[in-house]
Design a protein around this ligand. Structure first.
Ligand code: PLP
Length: 436
């Protein structure tokens, strides 16, 4: 068995034994390198089995906003485990879920005041889509079941959410024939695309349930950024044509773009909003779908038929909600805005030198998201090992090398990450040149 990539150390037995049985995400298993074995986490660091430390440049898929093992979250989850780890939300109530619903309703923009819990981001988007379709059914509007989404978008890996992902970038092109046909169009970022978007909503109003999009930054589809004005335009167009707007803030929510929610930068309120990733500070799986009053009211009647028929077994899990309540305490005690502004400035300064390197197409920053976009290549496994050798955990995808560090990262740890990014991209350019 090979060494752990980026190190000379022998991998532990649990890894080599389990590697014959585990099936990894987004991975060609035939030639998959061994993943880095992590023994523990602390602050912004992952501690490997051989004792080496990696600064986490990804915050575990954008979840660990407050760093790992935060004592406040740990205490809340430990206490919850000892008193009430989980009870079903159908027919029973517990304080953590109800308190979290009230707090999210208060924090969210406008009258996004009803909270439906689930356990993963994809499911929360499925619920948002179901809400939008049933909203129109309950209002007696027949046939409004289509969704408009955008090229570059990513909303999850389940069948309904795959149908609103970018058909090529969204990792799901194999399933194209099996997915519901949605309307996937370009983001309306200039006069031509704005006119096309407006025409689309005007001509297809009777088919369309909702527009679904990631506000300000399309994450997994390529870290593609747009201006708040684009959100203003989309909100106004949806209002003009009577179409619902779903904002998927699973990536952007909880400070990542500089405001608690990205849509605050445009001062708009979606009809439905989805949250997950940083909701529990990266400790437990939990997601939420928030609806505005007028959406919720469309489900009220004397008939059971207009009720929302959804109920994940683990919805409102008490430990997850306790973690989320503790994570919200941290955001309230220390709002992320100033810290994210400092991170953004440092990212912009320290990634800028990459712009002149061979093979680099673009360098861009929004909030605590720093991106170096490269020419297309197939060297991501090589890059991951190079990052580990430099004491950094990073996970480039497609032609994107990026960092989304914990929002509590120190300037020196962040410099360590950005230095590694620029060096790895530089060395990749040299390697590419030598290989011809
Ligand atoms: C990660 C993500 C999802 C899917 O969440 P899972 O918890 O992986 O199902 C959906 N939308 C966006 C914007 C995401 O970043």
């Amino acid at each position: 068995m090979a060494d752990t990539p980026g190190t000379n150390s022998t991998p532990p037995a649990w890894l080599t034994d389990g590697f014959d049985h585990i099936w990894l995400p987004y991975t060609q298993m035939q030639d998959a390198p061994l993943p880095a074995p992590i023994a523990s986490t602390q602050g912004c660091k992952l501690i490997m089995e051989d004792g080496r430390e990696l600064i986490d440049g990804v915050a575990s898929w954008w979840t660990a906003a407050h760093g790992y093992n935060h004592p406040h979250i740990r205490e809340a989850v430990t206490k919850q485990l000892e008193t009430l780890p989980h009870v079903m939300l159908g027919g029973l109530a517990h304080e953590q879920a109800y308190t979290l619903a009230s707090r999210l309703a208060k924090m969210a923009p406008g009258d996004l005041s009803r909270v439906f819990f689930s356990e993963s981001g994809s499911v929360s988007v499925e619920i948002a889509m179901k809400m939008a379709v049933q909203y129109w059914i309950n209002k007696g509007a027949v046939g409004r079941s289509q969704f408009v989404s955008f090229t570059g978008g990513y909303h999850g890996d389940t069948f309904a959410t795959m149908s609103v992902c970018d058909p090529e970038e969204g990792m799901h092109s194999l399933f194209a024939g099996l997915l519901a046909q949605q309307i996937i169009t370009d983001l309306p970022i200039d006069t031509a695309t704005q006119a096309a978007f407006d025409d689309l909503l005007a001509s297809r109003t009777d088919d369309i349930a909702a527009v679904v999009m990631e506000p300000l930054v399309q994450g997994a589809g390529g870290m593609i950024m747009h201006a708040p004005e684009t959100l203003d335009f989309i909100r106004a167009a949806c209002d003009r044509h009577g179409v619902l707007l779903i904002l998927d803030e699973i990536f952007t929510g909880f400070g990542r773009t500089g405001t608690l929610f990205a849509c605050e930068q445009a001062d708009i309120v979606p009809d439905i909003m989805t949250l997950s990733k940083a909701l529990t500070g990266g400790t437990l799986p939990l997601a939420a779908t928030l609806a505005r009053t007028h959406v919720f009211d469309a489900f009220l009647s004397d008939s059971a038929e207009t009720a929302l028929m959804h109920g994940p077994t683990y919805m409102g899990n008490a430990m997850g909600c306790a973690a989320a309540n503790a994570a919200l305490d941290l955001f309230e005690q220390d709002p992320p805005g100033p810290r994210v502004a400092r991170i953004a400035q440092q990212l912009a300064e320290e990634l800028e030198p990459a712009r002149k390197l061979p093979g680099v197409r673009d360098v861009r920053v929004k909030g605590a998201i720093g991106v170096i976009e490269l020419e297309p290549h197939g060297d991501n496994d090589w890059m991951k090992a190079e990052f580990i050798a430099r004491g950094v955990w990073n996970r480039p995808f497609n032609n994107i090398v990026y960092t989304t560090p914990p929002l509590v990262i120190s300037p020196s740890d962040l410099s360590h990450i950005t230095t590694a990014m620029v060096e790895v991209v530089r060395d990749w350019g040299i390697k590419k040149n030598e290989e011809g």
